[in-house]
Write a protein that binds this ligand. Structure first.
Ligand code: NAP
Length: 283
């Protein structure tokens, strides 16, 4: 099949782009499924992004991932779906005939990882606490509201950004200050870190998890380190944990399917491959 099918290429566009794990993930799947395809890195400075994206087809690409700092521009330059519009950013572009479309796969990445890593997490659940109000938090809130979580407390340093989420997603979102976090944990079925706190090189995230119910699930979008201090504390308390690496792997699935027509699987082998790469780079 691979020898006769038409060659397809996709890429990740970023500035910088060396840090991206997308080539590792997509190249693994291309080999696994025996596709006549290639996934490349494209370092494109912001001032050249528009010209690059408009010439995607001419450069031989069927689509692309977009990483920092061009996700907002990617949405503006394409026909974005509801997810990308509500999140305010697109991380995946694809050509549908001559129309350039885009979506935000962090929504699916977050929720599919939660489903895969903490089955039944939403059984009887009506309250979640999300820390952060940036791009990742918007994707998390979109995903939780799609699953009909009734109360989503959004805790953020800059309260205005949490208020903006309420304006976008409606009454299910309750914007709160950090000082109020402790009092909310007793009723939370899910606690999500969608800030950059706890990431290598960033300030630590210190949350006292004592009040969380024993059935609560704790998820972290941060994947460097693989086990954040938040997840380690949750594990010590015997709570179920869901890590950021799983989200990273699951968010890659829809793009691969859109470009190459095969829905790839997130396997323990793929996870081990990316985990080893992350650990090598953290050493
Ligand atoms: P972002 O849009 O820049 O938002 C950063 C968030 O962190 C904001 O809510 C910000 O609060 C908060 N924050 C930053 N420094 C803080 C501090 N010192 N004290 C209190 N709050 C602070 O970033 P993002 O794109 O959402 O990314 C957030 C994290 O998610 C990053 O670590 C990123 O690597 C990770 N991520 C993971 C995946 C995955 O697939 N696993 C995907 C996307 C992102 P303010 O609003 O007050 O500034």
């Amino acid at each position: 099949m691979a020898a006769t099918s038409k060659f397809k290429a996709a890429c990740v566009i970023g500035w910088p782009v060396e840090h991206s794990r997308s080539p590792l993930i997509h190249s693994y799947w291309i080999t696994k499924y025996g596709l006549n395809a290639e996934y490349r890195r494209e370092a494109v400075p912001p001032e050249q992004f528009e010209e690059f994206v408009r010439g995607l087809a001419a450069r031989g690409y069927v689509g692309a991932n977009v990483t920092i700092p061009n996700k907002e521009a990617a949405r503006a330059l394409s026909k974005a779906d509801d997810r990308a519009d509500k999140v305010g950013a697109s991380n995946t572009l694809w050509l549908d005939g001559s129309t350039l479309r885009s979506t935000n796969t962090d929504v699916e990445g977050f929720i599919n990882n939660l489903d895969a890593s903490a089955a039944g997490w939403n059984r009887g659940l009506d309250t979640a606490v999300v820390m952060g109000a940036g791009g990742t938090a918007r994707a998390v809130v979109y995903a939780l509201s799609e699953r009909s979580v009734k109360h989503i407390h959004v805790v953020n340093r800059t309260l205005d950004r949490a208020i903006a989420l309420r304006e976008e997603f409606g009454k299910c979102v309750n914007p709160v200050r950090w000082e109020e976090l402790g009092g909310l944990l007793g009723g939370a079925g899910v606690l999500v870190n969608a800030t950059s706190l706890g990431m290598i090189g960033k300030p630590p995230l210190t949350v006292n998890l004592a009040r969380l119910p024993a059935s609560a699930v704790v998820a972290d979008a941060v994947y460097a380190p693989l086990e954040t201090a938040l997840l380690a504390a949750a594990r010590t308390r015997g709570l179920r944990t869901v890590d950021g690496l799983g989200m990273l792997l699951h968010q890659a699935v829809p793009g691969f399917e859109l470009w190459f027509g095969v829905r790839p699987e997130v396997t323990p082998e793929l996870r081990a491959l990316v985990e080893a790469d992350l650990l090598r780079n953290q050493a």
